[in-house]
Design a binder for this molecule. Structure first.
Ligand code: GAP
Length: 463
């Protein structure tokens, strides 16, 4: 099992993300806003590339999966039917000394005690009390806590409700994107040519009042999910589920994630409707944790929406005439969580001529900037003009950066830190031989390439 390279890797990633403009804490000038983050220039590009790769694998390359973009705020009846209003909660306790709010199942887990999601408040409190002496508050180190109570994670809003007592019948910001998929199942079926088995994929924001959120973009209160719900004949649910598990594992390998940093985790204690649940875990700087959930959800979702809405959610097979309510298997992963996995995988420190080189070795398809173009000197108009000409041409096809500030070494270091695979320098020789020096991020090897050949060169390297 791969161990993480350094103890303070997380701090290094957080600091690089801020310094280079990947991720900023939200509302910083007002003292911050916990567990919410903003993405800067390179973070936006990285997140866009991650979403594009997911969409390509899940929709573009699949004849059996179509896309959807449903609304964030929907009828609150949806969240009653799904079980979120009554049961989407985590056990919360407060430290009596420093008043930190803490997730009791996480405290127990750190003490080596497993707390099942399905446990009642009473059961979790029994377990909590039995292990009090093993548990310390992560903020102040004391162990004096209030009793645990279940805290609902749904975030309320008054959208469309103008009454002063709006919170008696609130609407909710969606807690997961897939509910928008279930309630549109019939619309999709009636408006496209899909036949069972088929999937609906969606990328979008979700919101959860997470109790503790101390792991940067791993767990945030506002986040983006990439979810695909696959509708199958109940008889084939487990065969299709195994296929989906394999597809999702292969996807991460093709994305460029190191296989030794991935592993399966099988859920032993399933929610009542689930047939099987596995997580793909990634070796984050704080250890192996859930990256993606892959669940066999049976008839639960379409069945309960059908019961609560009174609308039929069944399917008649056009060939066999068999009618049934499809079962659902899902793949669900966060964009921010993928981004943290990709950053962790890419972060590298190397000794170069007595100095530490920090380089993000992103797979080229995920790199925010593909090519940086430099004129050797800023004050030589001929060099600047030639470099600008190359930049103007290449930016039509790739995210490029033009940089003429500081010495070349410093420009390379900056591009290494944002993970740019190729840097090109226009020097005095370029004016004679119509070629540039191309430097490879990972090997630091340099080669001379004709300007007229750059398109072909990059196509071979990047596409
Ligand atoms: N529809 C199923 C579902 O939402 P989940 O295990 O609660 O299942 C699925 O979430 C994925 O969404 C997780 O594996 C994770 O990648 C991401 N995710 C969930 N909560 C998150 C949070 N608070 N912050 C960031 N990502 C989150």
């Amino acid at each position: 099992m791969a161990e993480k390279k350094e103890d303070n890797l997380m701090e290094k990633i957080v600091s690089l993300c801020k310094r280079r403009g990947f991720v900023f804490p939200s509302s910083e000038i007002y003292g911050g806003f916990a567990a919410v983050y903003d993405y800067g220039n390179y973070g936006t590009e990285l997140s866009k590339n991650i979403k594009n790769e997911w969409w390509k694998a899940m929709v573009q390359l699949r004849e059996d999966i179509v896309g959807l973009d449903s609304s964030i705020v929907m009828s609150p009846r949806i969240w009653e039917a799904s079980g979120h209003v009554s049961g989407f909660s985590d056990p919360l306790a407060e430290c009596k000394n420093c008043h930190a709010r803490l997730r009791v199942d996480h405290l127990l887990e750190e003490a080596g005690v497993f707390a099942d999601e399905k446990m009642s408040e009473e059961e979790i409190n029994e377990l909590f009390k039995a292990n009090f002496d093993k548990i310390k508050c992560p903020s102040c180190g004391k162990h004096d806590f209030t009793e645990a109570h279940k805290f609902n994670l749904l975030v309320k809003s008054n959208l469309g409700n103008f009454a002063s007592d709006w919170d008696k019948d609130p609407v909710y910001l969606r807690g997961e994107t897939c509910q928008g998929i279930y309630v549109n199942y019939k619309n999709v079926l009636n408006s496209t040519r899909v036949k069972i088995p088929f999937g609906i994929a969606q990328i979008g924001k979700a919101f959860r009042n997470e109790i503790t959120a101390r792991q940067f973009i791993f767990r945030t209160r506002e986040f983006e999910q990439m979810e695909m719900q696959y509708f199958v004949n109940p008889e084939n649910e487990m065969t299709e589920y195994e296929k989906l598990r394999q597809t999702r594992w292969d996807y991460y390998i093709a994305l460029g994630i190191k296989e030794e940093n991935l592993k399966w985790h099988k859920h032993e204690n399933l929610v009542f409707y689930a047939k099987e649940a596995y997580d793909i875990e990634y070796n984050f700087p704080f250890g192996f944790k859930e990256l993606e959930g892959i669940h066999a959800r049976g008839e639960h979702d379409l069945g309960s929406h059908s019961k609560c809405s009174g609308k039929k959610m069944d399917y008649t097979d056009p060939e066999t005439n068999e009618t049934y309510t499809p079962h659902v298997i899902e793949s669900s992963v966060g964009v921010g969580r993928t981004m943290l996995a990709v950053l962790t995988d890419a972060y590298t420190e190397e000794e170069v001529e007595g100095e530490t080189r920090v380089v993000l070795k992103f797979p080229p398809k995920l790199a925010p900037i593909k090519v940086a173009i430099f004129p050797l000197l800023k004050n030589k108009p001929d060099l600047v003009e030639k470099a600008k000409g190359i930049y103007d041409k290449l930016k039509q096809d790739y995210m490029c950066e033009f940089d003429d500030s500081g010495n070349i070494g410093k420009r390379y270091r900056r591009q290494d830190e944002i993970g740019t695979p190729y840097c090109m320098t226009v020097d005095f020789e370029s004016l004679e031989d119509e070629a540039v020096t191309v430097r490879d991020r990972d090997t630091m090897a340099q080669e001379r390439i004709n300007i007229a050949e750059l398109d072909k060169y990059l196509e071979a390297k990047l596409k």
